[in-house]
Design a protein around this ligand. Structure first.
Ligand code: NAD
Ligand code: 3PG
Length: 317
């Protein structure tokens, strides 16, 4: 009988219906999140472990990486790796893998759901019908804002940003983007400054990586430039927007609206946002469809199998 390889699992694979079962079927996961004294558990049980299994939300900090002398790979479920200390991993030649591409379409679809939801007051209208206000309240339901034909600014024209842009052309929108560098393989207009993109755009959609390099990239001056008719959508990471500045801009009418799937201190959401009809709030569900979550699990297991077969991962970071 062959023994199942032992892997250190940082957090549960709760986002895919079958992933935890599949992990247990082929591997022996050491469940770190269940341990009271994690450092002692690692020192006692995980000194021979070659692989860490984690997710974008649980990540893997440097102290865990450095407490595992035999570590060779960190395989993560999710495309974002801002929660993994990739520098510490690479310093020890530890491979890191994520799950790119398979979630791109669903996250882009959700960004569009947020754009439409805020502009056409979809969540507000749903509340209005459910609470019995339709036909009872004097005056009509407030008017929304036209989406088709408007100006779409994308911050971070990567895989997801580009999928959002592509959908924009189907809505007859003019699309421009800001990234650290102009891309020479796309015809979308490039704005070298974030503020000039925001000043031009009706919709500013955030699709960059998270982490220190993009922390508070969207600050008060950028929000001011987007202006009282402007709508911001964030499906990237909450850290990219200065959340306090955004709440202030929305409260004072300096910013028109916001569609948010991610927040600075998840699962905490500022109470002020919950009271505003100009915002739509979602609980970090960009990739949360059955098909995509299964595909992400598939990619995680392909990376694990590849590592244990020949020491390589398929989608390295
Ligand atoms: N809401 C969700 O559930 C959800 C789901 C999947 C991914 N995400 C987030 O979306 C991010 C993007 O995913 P992707 O697959 O498109 O990644 P990607 O690497 O293809 O794209 C990231 C883009 O950000 C750009 N970028 C990096 N630093 C920048 C900066 N300082 N200024 C402007 N642009 C910058 C890069 O050039 C790149 O174009 C992930 O890192 C993740 O954090 C969120
Ligand atoms: O980066 C990602 O892929 C998404 O944010 C989904 O991962 P999470 O739900 O674990 O953050």
């Amino acid at each position: 009988m062959t023994t199942k390889p032992r892997v250190l699992q940082i957090g549960p694979l709760a986002g895919s219906p079958s992933a935890q079962e599949r992990l247990q079927a082929s591997y022996t996961p050491l469940e770190l999140w269940k341990q009271e004294d994690k450092a002692a558990f690692i020192a006692r049980e995980a000194q021979d472990v070659r692989v860490v299994v984690t997710t974008a939300s649980f990540g893997c900090p440097a102290d865990v990486i450095n407490a595992l002398p035999k570590l060779e790979a960190i395989c993560s479920w999710g495309v974002g790796y801002d929660s993994i200390d990739v520098e510490a991993a690479h310093a020890r030649k530890v491979l890191v893998s994520n799950t790119p591409d398979v979630l791109t379409d669903c996250v882009a679809d959700l960004a569009w759901g947020l754009m439409l939801g805020v502009s056409r007051r979809i969540a507000q209208g749903d509340r209005y019908v459910r609470e019995g206000s339709w036909g009872q309240v004097h005056g009509a339901f407030p008017l929304g804002v036209r989406v088709s034909g408007k100006k779409l600014g994308i911050v971070g024209l990567g895989r997801i940003g580009e999928a959002i842009a592509r959908r924009g052309t189907g809505f007859d929108m003019d699309v421009r983007y800001h990234s650290r560098r102009q891309r020479n393989d796309t015809d979308y207009g490039y704005e070298a400054s974030l503020e000039s993109l925001a000043a031009w755009a009706d919709y500013l959609v955030i699709a960059t990586v998270g982490g220190p390099s993009t922390r508070h990239l969207i600050n008060a001056p950028v929000l001011d430039a987007l202006g009282p008719q402007g709508i911001i959508v964030n499906i990237a990471r909450g850290s990219v927007i200065d959340e306090a500045a955004m709440v202030e801009a929305l409260s004072s009418g300096k910013l028109g609206g916001a569609g948010l799937d991610v927040f600075e201190h998840e699962p905490k959401v500022p109470d002020a946002l919950k009271k505003m009809d100009s915002v739509v709030l979602l609980p970090h569900v960009g990739s949360a469809t059955l098909e995509t979550r299964e595909a992400m699990a598939g990619m995680l297991f392909d990376n694990l199998a590849s590592f244990f077969a020949d020491g390589k991962v398929i989608t390295p970071v």
